[in-house]
Design a protein around this ligand. Structure first.
Ligand SMILES: C[S@@+](CC[C@H](N)C(=O)[O-])C[C@H]1O[C@@H](n2cnc3c(N)ncnc32)[C@H](O)[C@@H]1O
Length: 267
């Protein structure tokens, strides 16, 4: 009999099957808020608990502020995060160390989590253990650089960083959409080579709107990745559904989630 996918109870398992969900994370701390596009540790922990068992290895090839690694420490999984920018890598390490220092001494602390400063394009040259699960979120093309991006106004006013870096190797600095997609897919192909047979990859991504134009980044990635991964499921993270003061549904801006596997496991 194949090993179980996770350590969840049937009730917890069923809860994860919903095709869309609202996640209410705790407020971001002062350091996490510096990063222009992080996902909540609490959300990462839910995915990690579903796709792995304790002690397994999780990889995030673009770890940013370190959310995936903190979620690994929270859930007793080993984690490796790759990040191009030494600035964000340092922040990820600091946040991870702060989390570990605060956690209960009696909690599991036999696992390790580490950050590697590198270009994810070179992941094939990095010696890694066999990976049981990949959880990651790429730059959404150059959307942070795009002057019309509404959210940037609020960050600018608060003096928060607007971009990941000025490094030309940063995928968020590629202007051409097709080149961006090609390079991202090449990275994911190399990442897939680091995964054990049957392992899953979850990509948190959304389609990009620039003015009147919609670039279906989530769906294009899904189609291109089918060359070497099987598309297993999609979950929609409704980041903005809620009730406004007038108690109307504020709209639905989905964060797409693509669950990918090479086929030998089925949840
Ligand atoms: C959407 S953010 C990831 C945020 C992360 N999930 C978190 O919660 O903080 C994408 C990250 O990819 C990094 N990145 C961009 N190009 C990269 C590359 N070529 N190799 C590795 N990391 C890269 C950026 O610096 C940025 O931190």
């Amino acid at each position: 009999m194949p090993a179980p996918l996770n350590d969840l109870t049937p009730k917890e398992w069923v809860k994860f099957q919903k095709s869309w969900f609202v996640h209410n994370p705790p407020p971001r701390d002062k350091t996490k808020i510096l990063h222009p596009a992080s996902f909540p540790e609490s959300l990462a922990a839910e995915f990690i608990k579903f796709f792995t068992r304790k002690g397994m290895w999780v990889l995030d090839p673009m770890v940013g502020s370190g959310s995936t690694l903190i979620a690994c420490a929270m859930t007793g999984r080993n984690g490796i995060g790759i990040e191009l920018s030494p600035y964000w890598a340092k922040i990820a390490e600091t946040r991870l160390n702060e989390f570990k220092a605060q956690r209960n001494l009696f909690e599991d602390n036999t696992t390790e989590q580490r950050v590697i400063v590198a270009d994810a394009r070179e992941i094939d040259q990095i010696d890694l253990p066999l990976i049981d699960y990949v959880l990651t979120s790429p730059p959404y093309w150059d959307v942070l650089r795009w002057e019309g991006h509404v959210r940037q106004e609020a960050r600018r006013a608060k003096g928060l960083p607007l971009y990941y870096s000025d490094d030309p190797r940063d995928l968020g600095n590629i202007k051409d959409y097709d080149q961006f997609l090609d390079e991202l897919v090449t990275i994911y192909r190399k990442v897939a080579d680091k995964m054990r047979s049957g392992a899953y990859m979850t990509i948190i991504v959304r389609n990009v709107k620039k003015g009147a134009w919609l670039y279906p980044l989530a769906w294009e990635l899904a189609l291109r990745l089918r060359d070497f991964l099987e598309l297993m499921s999609e979950r929609i993270w409704s980041a903005t559904v809620g009730f406004s003061r007038r108690f109307a549904l504020k709209g639905f801006e989905p964060f797409g989630h693509l669950g990918l596997a090479d086929g030998s496991l089925s949840p």
